[in-house]
Ligand binder design. Structure first.
Ligand code: FPP
Length: 240
């Protein structure tokens, strides 16, 4: 599937209903920086630029939902200065988003256990989500997110509601991604082939695409390659 820039600008619909939701595990920032003799934190800053470019491109080609793994429940184990850098990048992005809400055509949503963050940051994230909810392109930013924690959170909610008997839909509706279709395609950069506690429930039937490209080098052309690979696969959802 060749993706041409002119067509994208004209139509914005190079993907169809089969590919509504792409999720990204943005791996390889640290190695990218170290290869250049720079601190790992620098890789995260460049990775944040890549995130913006990839989000804009996915919106342009007609993707309706995009999810990125920005900070996992396990990432707290990293050296404090690296955790601080990622927090600074994310809080800066949140502040900028809060100031520029009207300018963007994006519904920005934060998914994860956000209760650990200062109240003013939680308020900003909640306001951004609410005030951009009318926009057609939904961007989920997984922030202090872990798939297992999310499932415990959903089951706890059901128990608190007094439900003793529940369905798959009941669980889906209580995940942080409620109202968002399951990812069709999960892309992991950086060469490792694992899911690292990302969208465990939601990815039951996702197609996976792994690439050795390190996240800061991930380009529009790499998105095209992942999309082309997705369309070459036959999804059977357990059928024949
Ligand atoms: C994994 O690479 C990357 C992270 C844990 C952080 C990703 C965060 C960003 C790219 C910032 C996103 C910004 C916004 C605004 C959403 P790694 O450090 O594990 O790489 P390595 O495997 O080379 O060590």
């Amino acid at each position: 599937m060749a993706l041409k820039k002119e067509r994208i600008q004209k139509e914005g619909d190079l993907v169809d209903e089969r590919l509504r939701h792409i999720a990204f595990i943005m791996d390889g920032n640290g190695r990218w920086a170290q290869k250049r003799g720079m601190p790992r934190s620098y890789g995260h800053s460049v990775g944040a630029e890549t995130f913006r470019r990839v989000a804009e491109y996915c919106r342009k080609i007609g993707i309706r939902y995009m999810t990125v793994y920005a900070f996992s429940t396990e990432n707290w184990k990293r050296p404090p200065e690296e955790v601080q850098t990622i927090m600074d990048i994310l809080t800066d992005y949140i502040s900028k988003c809060a100031d520029e809400i009207e300018k963007e055509n994006i519904h920005v949503r934060f998914i994860g256990n956000l209760t650990v963050f200062p109240q003013d940051l939680q308020d900003k994230m909640e306001r951004i989500d609410r005030e951009t909810a009318h926009n057609p392109f939904c961007l989920n930013i997984a922030f202090n997110y872990g798939g297992r924690e999310e499932l415990v959170h959903a089951c706890t909610a059901l128990i608190r509601e007094g439900k003793t008997d529940f369905t798959e839909a009941d669980i889906s509706e209580r995940l942080y991604t409620a109202n968002c279709p399951d990812p069709d395609l999960v892309v992991r950069t950086g060469g490792d082939m694992r899911i690292s506690n990302f969208l465990l429930w939601q990815s039951a039937y996702a197609e996976y695409y792994f690439t050795d490209v390190l996240w800061p080098d991930f380009s529009e052309r790499e998105v095209d390659a992942a999309v082309a690979e997705f369309y070459s696969r036959r999804r059977r959802f357990g059928g024949v």
